[in-house]
Write a protein that binds this ligand. Structure first.
Ligand code: FAD
Length: 352
């Protein structure tokens, strides 16, 4: 069962939007991306230098795309398929209802918050469209069923649910306000007031560093009732129930809530995997060193290198990469975008 209790963020409207300019990561990526001079410059003597990018998920493809634009030569290694955990599959011969193109299923990421403005930058760049994702009780959702202990309710909005659900919503909003400086943080983030964001966050880290989500609720006046905590855990906020997160740090939950990462989700029309695939084929209009018409695909002859099997440091502080085809190349720099446990379990890697 999933459903939702909207969180306080949904009640706050202000001129400046909430973005991923977050409590402990207050960097204006969207400003950097919009800067007319681009993300940075490489000395001309280094143009064409190869940099290994391990992993062809969105992180790797974005990194490779930006390095290529700066005049470097990214060499992408991908063990499986471009897109990684952005993976969309089609159903042979089936089209979406209403003639809306091919029917697809998302096997990985499927909903993205508008506050993720850097992601939106790349979605716009490759000409993809988004539409509201039907999260529980979202305006785009025809109906949400809340089934708790055998009692079912069908609802379009929170107003269709019994009073106790609205009480839980109010308790969560009160809790965020009283225990986590929600409005102050929200304002500071919208205004990109870094000293204020840091001041508020340091205070919270000091107080809540070893507090769980559940402990945070128990300690608040607003959630003194077990029944309210139980409903909140099962029905949740944003995308649904959050009780599996109860043992996690409340600071992790606050990061999500402050940045609206779980709110107003949208999906990519036609499938999320199109984003890395389009970036792979895209020929940037502004590119240093390489001729117009260059793309990641053209630099790689259409295919990334295969899986990396070994990484080790070699003379001159360089990194030598061995791949599954037995090819060995040495680079001045490597960007590793796979999950970090792969370095321990799947790749023969220097301990250091
Ligand atoms: C089922 C599911 C649902 C999700 N839903 C959402 C959602 O709705 N919204 C959201 O924002 N996020 C969601 N996520 C998370 C999101 O998909 C990831 O955070 C994001 O795609 C990670 O991108 P990445 O490029 O950092 O890593 P990945 O996509 O994991 O890319 C890493 C790449 O490295 C490759 N690789 C691994 N080992 C090697 C090697 N030895 N050599 C070369 N390549 C290697 C892998 O094959 C992979 O392609 C979901 C994830 C999953 C699995």
């Amino acid at each position: 069962m999933t459903s939702t209790v909207p969180n306080a963020a949904q009640h706050t409207e202000a001129a400046e939007p909430i973005t991923m300019f977050g409590p402990d990561f207050p960097y204006a990526y969207d400003d950097y991306l919009a800067h007319p001079a681009g993300l940075g410059q490489i000395p001309a003597t280094e143009h064409g230098t190869e940099v290994a990018v391990i992993g062809g998920g969105l992180s790797g493809i974005v990194a490779a795309y930006e390095l290529m634009k700066m005049g470097l030569r990214p060499v992408v290694y991908e063990a499986d398929r471009i897109g990684g955990r952005l993976r969309t599959v089609g159903f042979d011969g089936c089209s979406a209802a209403g003639g809306g193109g091919e029917l697809t299923a998302e096997m990985g990421a499927m909903r993205f918050p508008p506050s993720s403005t850097a992601l939106q930058h790349y979605i716009d760049l490759v000409g993809l469209e988004t539409r509201p994702f039907p999260n529980p009780l979202a305006p785009a959702t025809p109906s949400t069923v809340v089934d708790l202990k055998g009692e079912s309710h069908y609802a379009r909005t929170i107003d269709d649910l019994p009073q106790v659900y609205r009480d839980v919503m109010d308790a969560w909003n009160r809790c965020l306000e009283e225990e986590a400086d929600f409005s102050d943080m929200n304002r500071a983030m919208r205004e990109r007031d870094v000293p204020r964001v840091r001041e508020l966050w340091s205070r919270l880290v000091h107080r809540l560093d070893n507090q769980t989500f559940y402990g945070f609720l128990c300690d608040s006046d607003a959630f003194r009732s077990f029944k309210h905590r139980e409903i909140f855990g099962q029905v949740g906020f944003g995308t649904g129930g959050w009780d599996t997160d109860f043992p996690n740090s409340i600071l992790e939950i606050l990061r999500v809530v402050y940045t609206e990462a779980d709110d107003h989700h949208r999906s990519i029309v036609g499938g999320s995997q199109q984003l890395p695939l389009r970036l792979w084929e895209r020929e940037p209009r502004k590119i240093v060193h390489w001729p117009l018409g260059t793309s990641l695909s053209s630099l790689h002859g259409g295919e990334p290198r295969p899986a990396v099997t070994r990484l080790h440091r070699t003379a001159g502080n360089r990194i030598t990469v061995t791949d599954a085809a037995g090819d060995i190349r040495t680079y001045p720099a490597v960007i590793f975008t796979g999950q970090s446990w792969l370095l321990l379990s799947k790749i023969d890697c220097d301990d250091a």
